[in-house]
Design a binder for this molecule. Structure first.
Ligand SMILES: [Zn+2]
Length: 75
């Protein structure tokens, strides 16, 4: 996957090991570049004014979701 797809990123969150996006809309636009990977925008738990995109397991860690049907996506 080409790394230059994160053109809307405004930085990198070392706490989450993820790109930072200014708005949920920007994160969502980037997430759409990864169809089928179930990437969705969620608020960074550390720098709360920014957003990340990620899979379900990350969101569970961030407390965004508490679904019980997560696959075993370790890291
Ligand atoms: Zn973060």
């Amino acid at each position: 996957m080409p790394k230059n797809k994160n053109f809307r990123s405004v930085g990198f969150c070392v706490d989450c090991d993820k790109q930072l996006y200014l708005t949920r809309g920007a994160a969502k636009a980037v997430a759409r570049l990864f169809p089928g990977e179930h990437k969705t925008p969620y608020k960074c738990p550390v720098m709360k004014q920014y957003f990340h995109i990620g899979g379900l397991s990350r969101e569970v860690i961030a407390g965004t979701y508490s679904r019980g049907d997560i696959y075993g996506q370790a890291s």
